[in-house]
Design a protein around this ligand. Structure first.
Ligand code: GLA
Length: 350
């Protein structure tokens, strides 16, 4: 997209993080997931500028200066600029912006801080596509920037979320159905204390294994469990079983949420964690012990790792009256762009 017709002025592009409530490592296999956008976000406050993107960040060291059009987004330094440059490369942007990034989202914790930065950048560059189109652009940007063959869940959740709702996403056609989160459900995000490790290489390996398994038994979300259990290779059998059973759990979880059956939601979250731990092998000892500890806490219905795994955060579903040591998260609106008046812009600079 050549965005030379873009409106000029100052703006704020806000993109929330997301927590995936259930359905991990299913998106790139055409399965199901149920994430929600959260009340922690990345914001780009900037003024349109020609032929360049310049950004400072409050959270990370190093400013970025990216001349447009971008040809090699994965060479940009510092590294966080690659996500921004990736979006500009995918959009073919020739008009950029100058400003700063602020974020209330913990970075690199499994809450999709990179996808939030991408979606905020897409809006800042004038991407006026549908939420799905924006998500497709940002997924390509993430793959270009990081080299990781990620799915589309994070970007699609962030681009299409609405306040008060989780999103049941069917990745066979990328359709999104809102599922209201009942007031009696309080989700928490708790860091395992372990930085995410090997996310790139191990993620790519899991995806390749799931694809090999699908070559044996057909599309995993609707594969027959008896054919899966007949797969000789232990690793491929586990990968296939996780995807198949996880998609079934997502369906049951959506139905349980609609009935405010939080005990059932919690049970499904625990089963999901066990499957991610044993069949998909993306958990860690620290994440397992945190999930166990949370599940033994009175008022907690269930907990599981969330996102790619290999460290980072877990998500717990609890009674709203109890306190846990972590972040209380609320189902929030998706990404949006707001143009600023001169007065608003001046106060945003302060
Ligand atoms: C990461 C990827 C997503 C998804 C999750 C695991 O967050 O970016 O596409 O595959 O891992 O569910």
């Amino acid at each position: 997209m050549n965005n030379s017709q873009r409106r000029a002025g100052s703006f704020r592009a806000v993109a929330p993080g997301r927590v995936n409530l259930i359905g991990d490592h299913t998106d790139y296999m055409g399965g199901l997931a149920l994430p929600m956008a959260i009340n922690l976000a990345t914001t780009i406050t900037a003024t349109t500028a020609s032929s360049v993107i310049e950004l400072t960040s409050e959270q990370v060291d190093g400013d970025i200066h990216v001349p447009l059009p971008v040809t090699q987004p994965n060479q940009v330094t510092p590294g966080w600029g690659r996500y921004v440059a990736g979006v500009a490369a995918v959009l073919g942007s020739t008009e950029g912006f100058v400003g700063r990034v602020t974020s209330t989202l913990p970075l690199g914790s499994g809450l999709s801080s990179s996808a939030a930065l991408e979606v905020a950048t897409a809006l800042a560059l004038g991407d006026s596509g549908s939420p799905l189109e924006i998500a497709v652009h940002c997924q390509s940007a993430e793959q270009l920037a990081s080299g990781v063959p990620c799915g589309i869940m994070d970007q699609l959740a962030i681009a299409s979320a609405t306040e008060g709702n989780g999103l049941l996403i069917d990745f066979s056609n990328n359709s999104v159905t809102e599922v209201p989160i009942p007031d009696t459900a309080q989700f928490w995000v708790i860091h395992s204390g372990e930085e995410r490790q090997l996310v790139g290489s191990a993620y790519a390996e899991r995806r390749a294994q799931a694809e090999q398994a699908a070559a044996l038994v057909g599309p995993l979300p609707e594969a027959d469990l008896s054919s899966i259990n007949a797969v000789k290779d232990r690793v491929l059998r586990g990968r296939a079983r996780h995807v198949q059973t996880e998609c079934a759990r997502v369906r049951l979880f959506a139905a349980a949420l609609l009935q405010s059956d939080l005990h059932q939601c919690g049970r499904l979250m625990i089963e999901s964690h066990t499957s991610l731990r044993d069949d998909y092998e993306v958990s860690t000892a620290k994440m397992d012990s945190l999930v166990n500890q949370l599940c033994a806490t009175s008022g907690v219905y269930g907990a599981r790792l969330t996102g790619a795994g290999f460290g980072g955060c877990v998500v717990a579903l609890a009674d709203p009256d109890i306190e846990l040591q972590g972040l209380r998260v609320h189902p929030s609106a998706g990404a949006h762009l707001q143009w600023l008046t001169e007065d608003e812009n001046e106060s945003a600079q302060r």
